[in-house]
Ligand binder design. Structure first.
Ligand code: ADP
Length: 251
């Protein structure tokens, strides 16, 4: 039931709507998207496997095969992200919470990202991580959220830029993870949309992406009772801050 009331010409009008059908429809749509993504995953994995075999045959045009491969990878990433969003929004997903050493985890993720991605563009990642912060949280999901933020910080930076990653507790004992880049920034009037599904800011359109990373990121942080703050200026960079409540602290 959905109830709305408003005043009109001195009368109070109350509108009561039965939204059971709307909810049913939304659930059916979610299930449909989830099923279709699931069905697409296997053939895409098979195509990628066969492309690998074809690439070993030198008589085939490698430029075309490489193009087919990178487009198939993009498609598969999109399907996996759609599947992840529908899982996170289905309420069926249960977090696998346990005690995790966040200080250690953050350092590990930064190290892996420097080696795998940032160094390719001569981007450096500086860390300022308070020691010994442990949380009760889902390690895989928290890692996924932090990796999403770092991926974006690297992707939207310019070569030779620096990224700063901070972890600390504030005076309320909340846990703050800050990822600060000095990249392209986000236009002020678009910041409010960046967590929407498929939304990409105008200044990011020439850079690859599908607009789902921050949707997944936000769902994960909210499932842990946290919130997100964004400060950004076009041409100067962006700072994303994850704020987790003190209830998540272990011990
Ligand atoms: P994607 O990066 O795949 O486009 P995301 O959901 O991760 O999708 O991000 C949504 C949009 O938010 C991006 O397209 C970009 O416009 C903006 N954005 C996110 N992170 C940053 C960042 N660190 N710097 C600049 N823009 C960003």
């Amino acid at each position: 039931m959905n109830i709305e009331s408003f005043l009109c010409d001195g009368y109070c009008i109350v509108v009561i709507r039965d939204i059971t059908l709307d909810k049913d429809l939304v659930e059916k749509q979610k299930k449909f998207v989830s099923n279709i993504s699931h069905e697409l995953k296997s053939p895409l994995t098979a195509i990628l496997g066969f492309l690998q075999i074809l690439k070993e045959e030198k008589e085939y045009n490698q430029v075309i095969l490489n193009y087919m491969e990178s487009e198939t990878i993009k498609l598969k990433d999109l399907v996996l992200d759609i599947l992840e969003v529908s899982k996170l929004q289905s309420y069926e997903l249960k977090l696998q919470k346990k005690t995790i050493n966040l200080s250690w985890l953050l350092l590990k993720i930064c190290d892996e990202n420097i080696n795998l991605k940032a160094s390719k563009f001569n981007i450096s990642i500086n860390t300022n991580i308070q020691d010994g912060i442990s949380l009760i949280a889902d390690e895989d999901k928290i890692s996924q959220a932090i990796v999403n933020l770092l991926d974006n910080a690297i992707k939207y930076s310019n070569p030779h830029n620096q990224i700063n990653v901070l972890l600390y507790k504030n005076f309320n004992q909340e846990i703050l993870i800050e990822v600060k880049d000095s990249g392209i920034g986000i236009p002020e009037n678009e910041v409010c949309y960046i967590f929407d599904r498929f939304y990409r800011a105008k200044n990011a359109l020439s850079i690859g992406g599908n607009g789902l990373g921050l949707t997944i990121f936000k769902e994960i942080i909210e499932m842990h009772g946290g919130r997100i703050e964004v400060a950004s200026k076009v041409g100067q960079g962006s700072t994303f801050t994850i704020i987790l409540p003190k209830e998540n602290l272990a011990g």
